[in-house]
Design a protein around this ligand. Sequence first.
Ligand code: NDP
Length: 280
Amino acid sequence: MELLKGAEVSAKIKEQAARMLEKLGGNVPKLAIVRVGERPDDMSYERGAIKKMEGFGLRVQSYVFPADISDQDFKEAFRNINQDEDVTGILLLRPLPKQICEADIERMIDPAKDLDGISPSNIAKVFAGDGTGFAPCTAEAVIEVLKANGIAISGKRVTIVGRSMVVGRPLSMLMLKENATVTICHTRTADLEGTCRSAEILVAAAGRAKMLDKRYVGQGAVVIDVGINVDENGKLCGDVDMDSISGAASMATPVPGGVGAVTTAVLAKHLLLAAGQKSG
Ligand code: NDP
């Protein structure tokens, strides 16, 4: 089984990003990372994003708010960031604390700055197969991993485990745009094992540590593991049991070091696209 390393895909996106940055002629775009509270997952993603932006030669600033900030105060602060001419794009770390109405923020965010595809207009574009909007970075990262490794998507049987608005659903639409035949699985799927096993490309985005073992993987399948979980020993792991599937899958992405590394590279690419659109 060949391991599909995220770093190699990220390096390819970096080359593309360097050309995009050059075209901007010294106007280095700025990413605003908006975080409420101190959730370890958010902080780890934030650190990764900052490192990636800096590595790509882009500007980044974190805007951090206390976990108990009121809905009104957060909206006011968010409005200012959203309207700031110096901010090219925004990454909002979610979920937000319960007292803040997340749906209002999704409607507030300027679609042109909405790099992670949370606004209704960007979501509508993804579902309509219109490539001019921003898709959620993780969903797009899965497509980037496949393309960068020369894995054909068109006509393939693709099964996605997970139907969230962050990964499963938008990814199913991106796969459809690439002419895959898509099946989406979730907790009510009757024959999860068989449905997964019949896939030529299997994407795991369930958030269940090592849930998918060799019983779920057809011979020669390509397995993309989006999951980020902690195993019984406190170690980071995906949704796929890598040791178990190694005899069945032809290729698979590791966790860590797979899709996660590509997600922040896609974020950087989106920032540069937003800057390009702004400069006309
Ligand atoms: P959610 O919890 O929002 O969604 C999980 C989905 O998986 C749901 O649709 C759920 O079904 C389905 N699911 C859960 N358990 C099972 C099961 N036993 N059998 C079948 N389906 C199941 O998670 P997210 O989409 O936000 O994230 C998924 C994973 O991806 C997480 O591990 C997360 O950490 C990771 N992630 C990784 C990113 C990256 O950059 N690599 C970025 C974002 C997320 P149902 O709808 O029926 O409940």
